[in-house]
Write a protein that binds this ligand. Structure first.
Ligand code: ZN
Length: 88
């Protein structure tokens, strides 16, 4: 059997994620109300989201975009749409 090496694929995926993370002009930011409402901002202007809301820095990466936990995170659809238009 020629099964693809799952570990090798995992590493490749991880490297790709890191590359995207480093090269994309956007970061995930959080609305200043601090209620786990996430927006997307330009890397050089993290105090305002693409949709125009005041934001602050967060450690969240794009790999976590859309993931919901018990904190009931919410993600700004408007920012996501605007980022998609510019990036992909
Ligand atoms: Zn937004």
């Amino acid at each position: 059997m020629n099964e693809p090496d799952a570990k090798a694929i995992g590493m490749k995926r991880l490297k790709m994620d890191i590359k995207i993370e480093l090269t994309k002009p956007f970061i995930i930011t959080e609305g200043i109300s601090g209620t786990w409402f996430y927006h997307i901002s330009k890397k050089n202007n993290f105090v305002r989201s693409l949709c125009g809301k005041p934001t602050m820095k967060t450690s969240l990466t794009f790999r976590s975009w859309g993931i919901k936990t018990h904190l009931n995170e919410r993600y700004c659809e408007k920012c996501f749409g605007l980022a998609l238009n510019e990036m992909w």
